[in-house]
Write a protein that binds this ligand. Structure first.
Ligand code: ZN
Length: 652
């Protein structure tokens, strides 16, 4: 099937032609700019996939195509079609509108507030409405009328509704009728392919009994969507469910590299095994969302050209707040972004191993429900009236405050005000809390600015450099979106001769040994100017690496990563070997371990030397590239942290 749809398509939100992304749960196609806003709302609002750069299950793409072609967008813009709203000045976004605030405001109103959805007249009687809508859904899924079902779901019909008289769910009905697209839509909205009817049969059983074997196989696949996606993220392979293989547990090639995990990663690992199934499910779902965020960032970076890279719409720095989760859980979700690529890979593997262990345990005691417990029916769940789990304790026992959630759109946190008020009892929590506190207080806002786009960094650094020489403080968000590589090159060359001798390790310099007890430790930080200069050098090399990634020049990976490694070594050498501040230590550790990991990832992209027999399979370049990009971001993030800290300290 052709993955490209017709060329006459326009963005559902702003009407720009040739949209390249789809929102799976909304059944619309959107342009790059609008997609960036969709992403900032979170997957509970909109699940975006790139039309050509994301691998699609064919039947899911078919479902989205059908919805799009049948005008699903009018569900979300119903009241805008009313002439009265035109008179009142309400309108959708235009191609010429700015992303912020115009397109963003419209998109939030449209999908988050559902401001233009048609409301049912009997809205005040909740029980009647929800049940009626769900019953309508139950009977509609028998037919091919997809947009009717999407409309019902948008109004609050429940995908997992158990019909009291019929004794089964809408997915049973769709499966029996062989309605493939309806089944796709229902599962996107959280329907469970393993839910038993009154006789104990699942939708998968129904599909098989009716002879819809492809649909039955697909439903099995959907049941394992969470663990499959995690495995695929790391090794590019999914289990072969048809042959009874349900888990793939990848091994990290660089497990033996001595990269010490942060306290955060260690704590997460320790907690994992002691979690109840319910909390484990939540953690696994959160990690799934984080995998999606990281993959989509990588797709984004791989599909943008350089002029659009220099915008403020580039990446989503951490998982957006889901208002249906407790603030503790939201904080835990956001912390996942702070795992570097290696730590995150380790966490994913630990989750996969534990998922397998738990499932095997379950099937011994209760073979009938073996898939139900773990296979996380609500992975794709995004219904407007989703189930509430708010009073469940979080998998992460970090103390919480109500307003501590970060807002990726603004990059603000008001966590600080109650930081000291509520420390939890557990020693791990206190430690971890302290770590979060340090990291946040010192640099969260800065990190986000950095993550917006790497190119901005160089530019900002130049501003900062000018200002620091004048003894003034760092500008906040004072960006000029032009990057002139020639200029960077020149200034870099001019400065190369003036490196502080204490900071120079030579061309083959090794990493600073941060834990050497013999090391001299006066604890004083280097000059801001030096740190900025080194960061600039790192940034320039990262830009080159990103360019190589976008142009599929895999040969350039290794030389780029070596230059980055050298620059990182030089940067690390500027700092005292035993820095007093935890934040500095953490940032240095992230910087150096990510540079190491970057090198090992880049080597995977190098052409194999004469490989022995049986070694015919090359690495999956897309996966390698994704890891490379993530390591590069970790490095950029750490460098930026160091700049921020140094500037702050030296100005005090
Ligand atoms: Zn658009």
């Amino acid at each position: 099937m052709s993955k490209r749809l017709r060329n006459s398509e326009v963005c559902a939100d702003c009407s720009v032609s040739d949209p390249r992304w789809a929102s799976v749960n909304r059944g619309v196609l959107v342009c790059d700019e609008c997609c960036s806003v969709h992403r900032s709302l979170g997957r509970h609002s909109s699940q975006v996939r790139h039309l050509t750069h994301t691998p699609w299950p064919p039947t899911q793409l078919q479902m989205v195509q059908t919805l799009y072609n049948n005008g699903a967008n009018s569900i979300w813009e119903h009241t805008l079609l009313d002439p009265a709203s035109v008179m009142s000045g309400k309108r959708k976004a235009n191609p010429q509108d700015k992303v912020h605030p115009n397109k963003a405001d419209f998109i939030r109103a449209k999908y988050q507030m559902l401001a233009f959805v048609h409301r049912m007249p009997c809205r005040d009687d909740d029980s009647c409405t929800a049940k009626d809508l769900s019953k309508q859904l139950h009977s509609s899924v028998r037919t091919g009328n997809l947009e009717t079902c999407l409309r019902l779901l948008s109004l609050g019909a429940q995908a997992n509704f158990f019909h009291p008289e019929k004794g089964n769910t809408p997915l049973h009905v769709a499966a029996k009728a062989g309605q493939v697209s309806q089944a796709e839509l229902l599962t996107v909205y959280g329907a469970d392919p393993g839910a038993p009817d009154t006789s104990g049969y699942t939708p998968i059983d129904y599909a098989r009994q009716a002879g819809h074997h492809d649909l039955a196989d697909r439903l099995v696949e959907i049941q394992y969507e969470l663990t499959d996606r995690l495995a695929f993220y790391l090794c590019g392979r999914k289990p072969d469910h048809k042959n009874g293989e349900h888990f793939v547990i990848p091994q990290l090639a660089d497990r033996n590299i001595s990269v010490d995990l942060s306290e955060l990663a260690k704590a997460a690992k320790k907690k994992l095994q002691s979690l109840s199934n319910h909390l484990f499910e939540e953690l696994a779902m959160d990690v799934y969302d984080e995998v999606d965020r990281r993959e989509t960032d990588a797709v984004w970076l791989a599909t943008q050209n350089h002029s659009t890279l220099v915008t403020e719409t580039t990446v989503v720095p951490f998982l957006p707040v889901n208002p249906e989760y407790s603030s503790m859980r939201n904080q835990g979700r956001q912390k996942l972004a702070r795992f570097n690529a290696h730590e995150f890979a380790t966490l994913v593997i630990d989750i996969l191993s534990d998922a397998k262990r738990r499932q095997l345990g379950n099937s011994v005691t209760s073979p009938r429900v073996d898939n139900v417990e773990l296979i996380l029916k609500s992975v794709g769940s995004c219904s407007v009236d989703d189930r509430q789990d708010n009073d469940q304790p979080d998998y992460d026992s970090v103390a919480s405050d109500e307003d501590g959630d970060l807002d990726p759109a603004s990059g603000k946190t008001d966590r600080a005000k109650s930081l000291d008020s509520d420390l939890s009892d557990s020693p791990v929590s206190v430690q971890e809390f302290q770590e979060v506190k340090n990291a946040l207080a010192a640099s969260e806002a800065k990190i986000q600015q950095l993550l917006k786009v790497n190119s901005n960094l160089s530019d900002e650094l130049r501003h900062m450099q000018k200002k620091t020489t004048k003894q003034t403080s760092i500008p906040d968000g004072d960006y000029d979106n032009t990057v002139n590589d020639a200029e960077l090159e020149d200034s870099g060359a001019a400065r190369r001769g003036r490196l502080r001798s204490s900071g120079w390790l030579g061309e083959t310099g090794s990493m600073a040994d941060l834990d050497d007890p013999e090391a001299e430790s006066d604890g004083s930080l280097p000059s801001t100017e030096d740190v900025i200069r080194k960061t600039e050098q790192i940034t320039k090399n990262i830009q080159e690496l990103l360019r190589a990634a976008q142009e599929n020049k895999h040969d350039s990976f290794v030389p780029c990563s070596e230059r980055i490694h050298v620059a990182v070594s030089e940067m690390a050498a500027l700092f005292p070997k035993k820095p007093r501040s935890d934040t500095v230590r953490g940032a240095l550790r992230l910087l150096t371990s990510s540079a190491q990991r970057l090198q090992s990832e880049c080597r995977k992209a190098a052409p194999l030397p004469e490989s022995g027999p049986g070694q015919t399979l090359g690495p999956d370049m897309q996966l390698v590239t994704q890891q490379v990009i993530q390591c590069a971001y970790d490095i950029a993030k750490a460098a930026k942290q160091l700049v921020t800290i140094t500037t702050k300290e030296n100005n005090n």
